[in-house]
Each structure stands twice: as C-alpha cells, then as structure tokens.
Design a protein around this ligand. Sequence first.
Ligand code: FES
Length: 117
Amino acid sequence: MNGTTPRTNHTTTELRVRRGGSGDPERHDVYRVPYEEGMSVLDALVWVRAHVDSSLAFHYGCVNANACKTCMALVDGQVAYLCTARLAPEGARVEPLPKRPLIRDLVTDTVPDDEKL
Ligand code: FES
C-alpha cells in the first residue's frame, strides 16, 4: 500500500430506458448500473446489456470517437450522442429519437429514405 485510497468503492445510479417496438405500449425499464465520474450513457447501456439484459437494443459503432453518428437518442429529453453524453451521478432517462421510425428499444431507422435499397 502506498497510502492512497484505492478506487474500489464504486457507486451506482439508475438508468431508465424506454423499451419495446413500434406499436407496443410505452414501457420503461429501470436498471441500476455502476457509476464512475466521466462515464458515458453508452458505457452504462453496454454494461446493462453485458450484465443484466442482453435483449436491450441500441446502436453504436465507434464507441467514443463521435464518428459513426449511429448512437443518437434522447437523454433526459435532449437529443444526444450516447457515446459522448456523460452520465450524471443521479442517472438518466434514455429514449429513442421521437421523429424517426422506431425499430425496437433505442434503435430507430436513421437511414434517409433515398438511401434505402
Ligand atoms: S458510437 Fe459512434 S458517434 Fe456514438
């Protein structure tokens, strides 16, 4: 021991996530996730999918480079990139983009109509 406090005392926070597909009744699932200062909302969603609920659907491509632009959603009512939106200590409410066709959970159809095959 070198006299410093080890970083082992994680706290937790809540993630409230809109679930379901188009036409399903509105439902939000609440997940308790480990919280560390500076973590992204995407970090918390990835943790949920890996440890709690593998059925949770969301898009991401570049993790935190903000290059792929596939992780857009609403975080506490504001359009945000999940990979760059910092999770607040008090948690977050995460919902799909409201003006895009909902596929499932946080996944919306973001492909422009003229680019669809
Ligand atoms: S994961 Fe690529 S921009 Fe967010």
